[in-house]
Design a protein around this ligand. Structure first.
Ligand SMILES: [Zn+2]
Length: 112
């Protein structure tokens, strides 16, 4: 088994877990509001972090799906910006990385 295949296995397990968790968060967000106004206000406040978690989970699901697609098409582990190999240690730390550490750092400082 190549290292990318073992990363794919780990990513699929993570994807399953995230899909389940986002489903639970969605179910919680869909719960009808309590008739009591105070409860309603509290419930609305509670929904904000849940919505943030759900959206973060969806973002990660998208990144994992993209990484799995890159593993399938053989482009995984190659920097999308400079075309160099991404060092294995970085892929272990950030399995969904699309850029090498150098390019990711450069992108971050351009954005900042
Ligand atoms: Zn690069």
């Amino acid at each position: 088994m190549t290292s990318h295949q073992s990363i794919a296995l780990a990513l699929r397990a993570r994807l399953d877990e995230l899909t389940r968790r986002v489903g639970e968060l969605e179910a919680e967000l869909r719960e009808p509001l309590d008739a009591d106004f105070a409860e309603q206000a509290a419930a609305l406040q509670d929904d904000e972090p849940i919505a943030a978690l759900e959206s973060a989970g969806r973002d990660e699901i998208d990144r994992i799906r993209a990484a799995l697609a890159r593993i399938d098409d053989g482009s995984y582990g190659t920097c999308a910006t400079c075309g160099e190999d991404i060092v294995p240690a970085r892929l272990v730390a950030v399995p969904t990385a699309v850029q090498c550490a150098g390019c990711a750092g450069a992108t971050r400082s351009h954005r900042a």
